[in-house]
Design a protein around this ligand. Structure first.
Ligand SMILES: Nc1c(NC[C@H](O)[C@H](O)[C@H](O)CO)[nH]c(=O)[nH]c1=O
Ligand SMILES: CC(=O)[C@@H](O)COP(=O)(O)O
Length: 181
């Protein structure tokens, strides 16, 4: 059971290939190792595949997802990181802005599970990174998979109106070709 929930949803399955990008900020080594293992296991259990990229910190994760969403063809994303409060307000910046940016990307159409742990101390982080305890990384992977399944289930019907990419058939040289009379 992931997180504090006592009512976990069944993992979705996919009839077409599903590719997920894990974007991780391995700020705390042991924590990130546990997060990565759990997220990958959940993705594989759903029959999906995954790639992984690393960023220096959690603040960079949304930007990395934005780049991947524009430049590549992943079906969804899992954000993994661990932010532990220090002695200044920087914790609030990292936590609030990474969460806000991830939510903004989600509302813009990216299927993202947010597994960035935001805690007061390492003990809380360990409990949440542990796949056999609160397993927040596994929960984030499940969230991304559910969003992908939802997006596929609600694909807009083809209205038959407007230009469809790849539908244009051109059967000869253009008039601007000087060799064509
Ligand atoms: N203190 C933590 C950070 N800080 C680094 C920021 O995320 C960011 O990389 C930096 O401000 C440069 O833009 N990141 C974490 O993931 N966890 C922390 O505890
Ligand atoms: C989350 C942070 O950025 C934090 O770890 C940095 O520590 P500090 O606030 O003491 O500079």
């Amino acid at each position: 059971m992931a997180g504090h929930s006592d009512n976990e949803l069944a993992l979705p399955t996919f009839d077409k290939p599903c590719k997920v990008l894990i974007v991780i900020a391995p700020y705390y080594g042991a924590i990130s190792t546990a997060q990565l293992a759990s997220a990958r296991a959940v993705i594989e259990r759903a029959g999906a595949t995954h790639d992984t990229v690393e960023m220096p910190g959690s603040l960079e994760i949304p930007t990395a997802i934005g780049i991947a969403h524009r430049q590549a063809d992943f079906d969804g994303y899992v954000a993994l990181g661990c932010v532990i409060r220090g002695r200044t307000s920087h914790y609030d910046v990292v936590v609030n802005e990474s969460a806000r940016a991830i939510a903004t990307l989600g509302l813009a159409g990216a299927c993202i599970g947010n597994g960035i742990i935001t805690v007061e101390n390492m003990e809380q982080a360990e409990e949440r990174a542990d796949a056999d305890r609160l397993d927040t990384a596994g929960a984030a992977a499940q969230a991304a998979l559910h969003l992908i399944a939802l997006q596929r289930s609600m694909k807009k019907a083809d209205t038959g109106i407007g230009f469809k990419p790849g539908s244009f058939q051109h059967d000869g040289p253009t008039k601007t070709d000087p060799t064509v009379a």
